[in-house]
Design a protein around this ligand. Structure first.
Ligand code: ADP
Ligand code: MG
Length: 373
């Protein structure tokens, strides 16, 4: 390894339902990124089943790691460090990745680096934009998290806002289930919204103009209430129109708060990351709003937004260069917050994995194309 290249790092991600292994050189050069999704296993339950997730990680991790090394064209012997998501996430799922990383590190005499999954999401931006430098604000939106953070340098994050209830991805998944879409619902809502009219339902913009915290549970309830009202008055509404109305409400809030956070901290740059950052309307509207406000937007390509091993390898390379390896006795920590646990930490949920989706709506007022109602 040369100093300009940075370390060669293998990154392992098993915090939820994606078994991901990636190889990077330094924080910015992506050599491979293999993701074995478990969507097929969880879809019939309408949400991630922790025990199934942990078992599937165990079954798929070796092959995923071998494929990632092969695609990168490197051997385990050449790797400088093994990085792994230590948390936050599902306990059983995290344990599999952490145990595998330690085993690999021991067997091949490699140092191991524990990575915070949320920091991993931020580092996905560096893989697509090596030129990115803070100060910036980051909007982290996933199945388990909805956070706005401010950072003057990489590695040290000040939490500006958090969700008071459901994470955005969780809200997408719950509304999708309500509408009879499959799991995960985010991508399905995204597609349906593209065909629908966002003005069909008059939905609230929760906590608009009220600081940087978010509330998503009320929005889901508002969808339910609007559908019930339509149903009882005998009116019908297209499923695509509901998806479009819901998505527009979410995107409005996310974009407004992110731009307001950049304004109030005076930073020139915005990072948007996490699985929901794959959403096409969020990407488009954030781009428009940032251009209007003279902000530079860094939003990774969709496959780097959803959980993956390359982003963990990138954050691992950063931690390894800055702090060296971790001791082998670190443990998976489902509610890990550091390095997001500054003095300014607001009292939000500590970031466990996505909660189970709520029940479907009875007595639907929906008309749907290809719906399961
Ligand atoms: P985790 O929550 O475990 O960190 P990810 O970061 O991969 O996982 O985020 C998964 C979430 O992202 C899910 O809730 C999923 O519905 C959502 N998601 C993925 N793609 C889209 C999309 N195009 N639009 C909206 N939500 C999406
Ligand atoms: Mg994630």
């Amino acid at each position: 390894m040369t100093e300009s290249d940075g370390p060669l790092v293998l990154g392992i991600e098993t915090s939820c339902d994606e078994t991901g292994v990636g190889v990077v050189r330094g924080t910015t050069r992506l050599l491979s990124n293999v993701v074995a999704s478990q969507e097929d296993l969880h879809s019939e339950y309408g949400g991630v089943v922790p025990e199934i997730a942990a078992r599937a990680h165990l079954e798929r991790l070796n092959a995923t790691a071998e494929k990632a090394l092969a695609e990168a064209g490197v051997s385990l012997e050449e790797v400088d460090a093994v990085a792994v998501t230590a948390g936050p996430g599902l306990a059983g799922a995290l344990v599999v990745g952490v145990a595998a990383a330690k085993a690999l590190a021991l067997a091949a005499s490699k140092p191991v680096v524990a990575v915070n999954h949320l920091e991993g999401h931020i580092f996905a931006a560096l893989l697509d934009y090596p030129e990115f430098t803070p100060p910036a604000v980051a909007l982290i939106v996933s199945g388990g998290h909805t956070m706005l953070v401010h950072f003057e340098e990489l590695g040290c994050y000040r939490l500006l806002g958090d969700t008071l209830d459901d994470a955005v991805g969780e809200a997408f998944d719950k509304v999708a289930r309500l509408l009879g879409f499959g799991f995960p619902g985010g991508p399905e809502i995204d597609r349906a919204a593209g065909r629908g009219h966002a003005s069909a339902l008059d939905l609230p913009r929760p906590m608009r103009g009220e600081g940087f915290d978010f509330s998503m549970a009320g929005l889901k309830t508002a969808v339910v209430t609007a559908l019930r009202n339509l149903h009882s008055s005998g009116e019908r509404v297209r499923r695509d129109d509901v998806a479009a109305s819901f998505q527009r409400a979410v995107v409005d809030v996310l974009v407004e708060k992110t731009v307001a956070a950049a304004d109030s901290t005076g930073v020139p740059s915005v990072v948007v990351c996490g699985g929901v950052a794959a959403n096409s309307e969020l990407r488009q509207e954030m781009k428009r709003a940032c251009e209007e406000s003279g902000l530079q937007l860094y939003i990774p390509q969709p496959r780097l937004c959803v959980d993956n091993g390359a982003m963990i390898a990138s954050a691992g390379a950063f931690r390894f260069e800055r702090e060296g390896p971790d001791l082998l006795d670190f443990e998976a920590n489902p509610s890990l917050l550091a390095p997001f646990d500054s003095d300014d930490l607001s009292a939000g949920p500590s970031g466990l994995g996505p909660a189970a989706a709520s029940g479907a709506l009875g007595g639907s007022a929906l008309t749907g194309e290809g719906g399961s109602h």
